[in-house]
Design a protein around this ligand. Structure first.
Ligand SMILES: [Zn+2]
Ligand SMILES: [Zn+2]
Length: 185
């Protein structure tokens, strides 16, 4: 049989389709193959280094998809290759690529950037942004607000969105720290 997939993207899409066809949630599949749900999510969004070769083989086996003949690492690395130049960030405040912080009582988000994802966020699949929404100025790594106009790059959630915004922020910071470690952001 010819390699099932023509491109790494096809392969990753097939993994996802296979999982859905098997009636498995990401959590259920992750548990079955012994990886984290977040790693599986990253993998399905095209992140090359989300899981080990062994785990990838177990995932493919569990959802009935044939591994491409080439070393999977090379295949997946190609999937994540060549992101457009410049700093890109995810506009979703709940995404683990955005680190919540407080200035006084104001909740702000620091975009860590999205590694190896091309046009879409490696963590959540959202379309990435590269400029300030308010003024269009290019954005810089390490800034939560636009250096030209001061607008927050990632819109914070509305007041009252969580019963305890500081507890919410602490939880999201832990997720962001784990994500940035996994992706060396
Ligand atoms: Zn995201
Ligand atoms: Zn601006």
């Amino acid at each position: 049989m010819r390699a099932v997939m023509d491109t790494p993207r096809d392969f990753l899409a097939a993994l996802r389709r296979g999982r859905l066809a098997a009636g498995l949630t990401q959590s259920a599949l992750a548990q079955k193959v012994g990886c984290k749900q977040s790693a599986l999510s990253m993998l399905e969004h095209g992140s090359a280094t989300a899981v080990s070769r062994e785990t990838l083989a177990r995932i493919a086996d569990a959802v009935g998809v044939e591994l491409p003949p080439e070393p999977a690492a090379a295949v997946l690395a190609a999937a994540a290759a060549a992101p457009p130049a410049g700093f890109a960030f995810c506009p979703d405040f709940e995404c683990p690529t955005n680190m919540p912080y407080f200035v006084g009582s104001e909740l702000l988000l620091l975009p860590l950037g999205s590694a190896g994802a091309g046009r879409h966020c490696a963590a959540c699949g959202e379309l990435l942004e590269r400029a300030c929404r308010a003024c269009g100025a290019p954005v810089r790594r390490g800034c939560g607000c636009c250096t030209a106009c001061g607008a927050p790059l990632v819109a914070a959630p509305a007041a009252g969105f969580a019963p305890d915004p500081r507890a919410w922020a602490a939880e999201r910071r832990a997720a962001a720290a784990a994500f940035s470690k996994a992706f060396a952001l």
